[in-house]
Design a protein around this ligand. Structure first.
Ligand code: HEC
Ligand code: HEC
Length: 351
């Protein structure tokens, strides 16, 4: 065994010792281990194909807040994904990008995305590395082309250095840009809400009686779709929102699959940090959680698609029965999902 090791070391020195010219390109990067919350499900992002490094994450963060990713050089990812509102677009029902053009969907939070395999309200992006191509090239969001973004970055010597630090040489290409963005987004884990501390038994933290009541109601009436520690079963469902005639082309999941059955289905959203991610739903139609709960209890309408049978009541109508005090308790519980550590974490903030 020992001899084998010596031989291996010898071969190693022989092999790499001769390849001196390689060395000037081999930069040392600092590997980063992802801190995974013990109550979370299995990671979905493949870290073997894109290992996290301090340099890669730092580059990803700079790119996330980089206006030059857009046509007018003002609209960065962070423009629509603001930290204080769990990286949603505060005050905007639908996205609002370059040249004041409006899109047709509400910006989603950026949190815990390493635990997902499909992205956007309709699942139109099937890999985290590919998702940013959509906002960069969408005329409603950043209105750019990838080659033009790469050209702009290549003119900047700071970027040359950052790409070299992260990937070993100063080539700036789309794969590297997207991998760096993913590295940054993968680290954006929100797992330190009051709820988390209670489920992980971290010291003297308890639900109030009202929160406890709300949690019970949530498990009975909401967790069939907003399930597990991510508060979503990641499926696409039609939750009975009245059709929004302001966006006549919206088809939900059917836009991706082409199936009639998928009309007006949307990915069940995670409810983590939901107290700060208003306005709500794919089109941002509700400003408050109270309005959301009023919708669930009395606002459901035929919207031209198939409303989820989980929402079918005994009398044949659709909705979830909720009394005024039940609504109050549910909101108290939902507020325990706010993670102030995440919302203030300097690792993710622009400055
Ligand atoms: C003009 C506003 C705007 C800009 C700029 C923007 N986004 Fe978004 N983002 C949105 C909207 C709206 C959605 C929902 C899109 C949909 O469902 O069609 C979204 C969705 C996402 C998602 C999917 C989240 C999930 O839970 O599935 C990711 C990831 C994301 N954006 C990352 C980025 C990155 C990275 C950038 C910069 C390259 C960026 N966004 C720029 C508005 C924006
Ligand atoms: C049949 C599945 C289902 C059930 C049951 C359900 N939801 Fe939802 N929920 C959804 C879907 C799907 C959406 C997204 C719909 C859209 O945007 O068009 C959603 C959206 C939401 C939103 C908006 C989140 C955001 O980021 O915009 C909140 C808040 C919410 N649900 C809370 C609840 C609560 C509280 C309950 C229980 C009273 C509940 N839901 C029951 C499927 C469900």
């Amino acid at each position: 065994m020992k001899i084998m090791q010596k031989i291996t070391v010898f071969i190693f020195i022989l092999f790499f010792g001769c390849e001196n010219h390689e060395e000037e390109y081999v930069k040392i990067t600092t590997k980063v281990a992802l801190n995974q919350p013990s109550n979370f499900p299995k990671l979905r992002y493949n870290l073997i194909q894109n290992p996290l490094t301090e340099e890669g994450i730092a580059l990803g963060k700079k790119l996330f807040y980089e206006g030059r990713l857009s046509k007018n050089s003002v609209v960065s990812c962070g423009f629509c994904h603001e930290q204080a509102s769990a990286f949603t677009h505060h005050g905007h029902t639908i996205s609002h990008g370059v040249n004041n053009l409006l899109g047709f969907r509400n910006a989603q939070p950026i949190q815990n995305l390493a635990y997902f395999e499909e992205f956007n309200w309709d699942g139109s992006a099937i890999h985290l590395d590919l998702q940013p191509i959509i906002p960069i090239t969408s005329e409603f969001e950043m209105g750019e082309t990838i080659p033009s973004v790469l050209d702009k970055l290549s003119l900047d010597t700071d970027y040359k250095q950052l790409f070299e630090d992260a990937f070993g040489d100063d080539e700036i290409n789309s794969e590297r840009m997207l991998k760096a963005l993913s590295q940054f987004m993968v680290t954006m884990i929100s797992s330190n809400s009051k709820y988390d501390k209670i489920v992980r038994n971290e010291g003297n933290i308890y639900f109030t009686d009202e929160e406890k009541e709300g949690f019970k109601l949530f498990k009975n009436k909401c967790a069939s779709c907003h399930s597990g520690e991510l508060f979503t079963d990641k499926s696409y469902r039609n939750n009975g929102l009245p059709f929004n005639s302001k966006f006549p082309d919206e088809e939900g999941r059917a836009r991706v699959t082409g199936f009639l059955d998928d009309f007006y289905k949307f990915r069940v959203p995670s409810l983590r940090n939901v107290a700060v991610t208003f306005p709500y739903m794919h089109d941002g139609r509700f400003k408050t959680l109270n309005a959301v709960l009023n919708f669930y209890s009395e606002g459901m309408l035929d919207n031209g698609g198939k409303i989820d049978t989980l929402l079918l009541k005994r009398d044949g109508s659709f909705g979830i029965n909720l009394t005024p005090s039940e609504k109050k308790y549910l909101i108290k519980f939902l507020n325990t999902l706010t993670d102030n550590t995440f919302l203030n974490d300097k690792r993710f903030s622009e400055f």
